[in-house]
Every structure is written in C-alpha cells, then in structure tokens.
Ligand binder design. Structure first.
Ligand SMILES: CC/C=C\CCC/C=C/C(=O)SCCNC(=O)CCNC(=O)[C@H](O)C(C)(C)COP(=O)(O)OP(=O)(O)OC[C@H]1O[C@@H](n2cnc3c(N)ncnc32)[C@H](O)[C@@H]1OP(=O)(O)O
Length: 306
C-alpha cells in the first residue's frame, strides 16, 4: 500500500525510469527493515472476537495493554471450560500484538481458588486428559507469551491460582489474602511445569520449602520471600501498578525483549513440550490413588461445611 501511495504521488514528477529505481530502493529498505518497522507500528486494535463469559478481555487502545479477567463465580475454580477460554484468549492476544497483558479476577475476594476440585475428584479419564492438556497449553502460552505479563492478584490465590500468577512476569497483590502452593497438603505432587514457574520466581531454597510444606503466605509474607513484587490497596490500584510495570517496556525494543524472555524461559518450556504425555501420566496415577481421592473428597466436604 505504501508503495502504491508513493507511486501515485510521484506520477507527475518523475520519469518512468526514476520511479522504477526509487520503488526498488524503498521496497528493499522495507523488506530489510521489516522487523524494525513492525516495532514502531502502533499496537493493533484488538478485534472484537466473540466474548467468552468466562474470560473477559479488555484492551486499552491507547496503551495496547489488555486486562484479562477470569470470571467464573464464586471462586474462579479452574475447570476445563475456563482453561479453554483462557487458552483462546491467549491465542487472540498473541495474534493481535498487544503491548502487555494483566491477569485478574472478577470475584471480589478470590483471584482463583486453583484447579476446580470437581475436576480432580472421581475424575473421568477422557475429560481429565482434555482438562490437563488444556492446563498445559495455558501454561505454555502464558509463561512463553511474546508480550509481557503481570498479575493483579485481587484476592486469595491458593494452588493453581498462585501458579497462574507466578507464570506472569510481575505480581501486585492486595492485602489480607493468602497465596501459595498448598497442593502437597492434598497429597498432590507438583507437576514439572509448576516447579519451573516457582524456581523462576523465588530462590530454589524458598521454592523447595514452599512446595514441600504447602505453605499459604499472607500478602505481606509473600512480598518478603519475593513471591509477589508489590502490594496495592485495591484492585484498581493493583491494575495501575501492573500497567506501570508494563509501561516500562515502551522504551525497550519489543523484539529484543521478547527474544530475551523466550531465551530465558526456553528450557522450561521445552522441558514440558518434550514430556507432556509423561507429565499427564504421572499426575493421573498420583491423582487416582485411593488415599489421594479420599483426601480430596474430605477437603471438598470441609470447604462446604464452612
Ligand atoms: C504442588 C503443586 C502441584 C500442582 C499445581 C497444579 C495443581 C493444582 C492443584 C490445585 O489447584 S487443587 C485446588 C486447591 N485449592 C484450594 O486448596 C483452595 C480451596 N478453597 C479455599 O481455600 C477457599 O474457597 C478460598 C479460595 C480461600 C475462598 O474462600 P471463601 O470463604 O471466599 O469461599 P468458600 O470457601 O466459601 O468457597 C465458595 C464455594 O466455592 C467452593 N470452592 C472453593 N474452592 C474450590 C475449588 N478449588 N474447586 C471447586 N470448588 C471450590 C466451595 O466449596 C464453596 O462451595 P459452596 O458454595 O457449594 O459451599
């Protein structure tokens, strides 16, 4: 299109020969600098894909930052359907070259209660396979996204909720909530990809302690060990802080940034890519152990009795 415009405007002023030479020069320059050109083009407007009620995506046209809101009441239990919606939203964001994404929740006091326990209790193997595969997809897309990510943790974030947050690059949490990986308390073994996200966030020693003890940290303690980066009083403020973090990348080449992120996370991503089936088999055989099923069943009852 640029070339057509150029051609039409120069039509009256240049001879055919001059036009051919200039057109060639511009065309070569454009293809040589195609990558750089992409960098300074403004963020593309997010096309309005059919909204999924489980995940709302709202892109600020000016900043190019998307706020991705999980919306599965009452506690954003991560079901197959929620993972499918997240996976689709992440694809859309990747295809639309947004400048950054902020993950948050529409539930007033819960970011996410982790995996929906109904998916884990007395599971049907076929559905569980689809569930686990989509969970792996979401992690690969979130952890390996080309755009920068942040989590505005506006409520409790146990287990899978914490996991989503630590798969982002930055975390801002509201006070008086709990966050952590308590799965061992349910008899669940940490999958390989969870260990990668955790080690990438806190020291190896803290990761080991946190995972084996299944500790749930207060917002303040989470800040002390580096599980979160900042505390913000309300959700709106948490989103603002995440925006500030993401805005810092406006002065950084997006290609250099995304390649650097990719190369730092590549090993972790490949580790899962190369053993997706094995990862499923390990989790499945642990999950269907009668003692684990009993623990999950009792835990679900205790949550209902509250
Ligand atoms: C080592 C790492 C290994 C693996 C990582 C990957 C595997 C991940 C595994 C998991 O994520 S397992 C899930 C673990 N989740 C939890 O332990 C959290 C359980 N929930 C809570 O602690 C609390 O609900 C809360 C999140 C703190 C919120 O408390 P609140 O008082 O606001 O709500 P309430 O407890 O009354 O719950 C409302 C309603 O929701 C049901 N509920 C809660 N959590 C879940 C859940 N994870 N799945 C399904 N349903 C859940 C709860 O029973 C209530 O239902 P009711 O209204 O019918 O009584």
């Amino acid at each position: 299109m640029l070339l057509t415009l150029f051609e039409s405007h120069t039509h009256f002023f240049l001879s055919m020969f001059q036009k051919m030479i200039l057109t060639k020069i511009i065309s070569n320059t454009l293809s040589l600098h195609k990558k750089q050109l992409i960098e300074w083009l403004p963020a593309v407007r997010y096309f309005s894909s059919p909204t999924n009620p489980l995940v709302n995506v709202d892109v600020n046209d000016k900043s190019g930052i998307a706020v991705v809101t999980m919306n599965r009441k009452p506690v954003n239990g991560l079901s197959l359907e929620l993972f499918e919606a997240m996976s689709k939203a992440l694809d859309d964001l990747e295809n639309n070259r947004i400048r950054g994404a902020i993950l948050t929740s529409s539930c007033p006091t819960v970011f996410s209660a982790g995996l929906d326990l109904n998916e884990l209790y007395q599971p049907d193997k076929k559905r569980f396979k689809a569930f686990w595969t989509t969970f792996q997809d979401v992690w690969l897309k979130l952890y390996g996204s080309s755009f920068p990510t942040a989590a505005a943790i506006n409520g409790h974030a146990p287990a899978g909720g914490c996991f989503l947050a630590i798969s982002c690059e930055y975390r801002v949490m509201c006070p008086d909530y709990k966050i952590g990986l308590n799965e061992t308390r349910l008899g669940i073994i940490a999958p390989i990809f969870l260990r990668a996200s955790m080690r990438n966030t806190v020291s190896n020693r803290e990761a080991e302690k946190a995972l084996t003890l299944g500790t749930l940290y207060s917002t303040e303690d989470a800040l002390k060990i580096g599980l979160i980066d900042e505390i913000a009083i309300y959700k709106v403020k948490a989103i603002e802080r995440c925006e500030n973090f993401l805005a810092q990348f406006n002065n950084v080449s997006s290609i250099a940034r995304s390649f650097t992120k990719r190369s730092l996370r590549q090993k972790d991503l490949e580790e899962l890519e190369n053993c997706r089936e094995e990862d499923f088999n390990i989790f499945w055989s642990n999950l269907i152990e009668p003692s684990v099923q009993k623990q999950i069943g009792d835990y679900m009852q205790s949550l209902k009795k509250k």
